[in-house]
Design a protein around this ligand. Structure first.
Ligand code: ZN
Length: 96
């Protein structure tokens, strides 16, 4: 079960983070030709986060050893979605 300290930590992080709606980059949309790996917000032209995607090689082989394309897509969607839903989630957990 989540503790009050953890809830307070999440509220503090949320308040300090870039405000507004966050949007996953085009990599999360298989129908889109662009494969940008960024999380974007309405208040900035640049990315506020960028995910990693495997280049198929281990670090020891000069690669990036990042998550597979499927996981990376889920990571991109999760980061943006969690930011957007966290206020309501915290309110629900705290009974507000
Ligand atoms: Zn794009």
């Amino acid at each position: 079960m989540i503790t009050n300290d953890e809830l307070n930590e999440l509220r503090t992080l949320l308040l300090a983070a870039t405000p507004g709606e966050w949007h996953p980059g085009h990599f999360s949309d298989p129908q889109h030709s662009c494969n940008c790996l960024h999380v974007l917000s309405e208040g900035h032209m640049g990315a506020i986060a960028t995910i990693g995607v495997s280049d198929g090689r281990l670090v020891s082989e000069g690669g990036n050893d990042a998550p597979s394309a499927g996981e990376a897509m889920a990571n991109l969607l999760l980061i943006a979605r969690m930011k957007n839903l966290l206020p309501e989630l915290l309110d629900a957990v705290e009974g507000k």
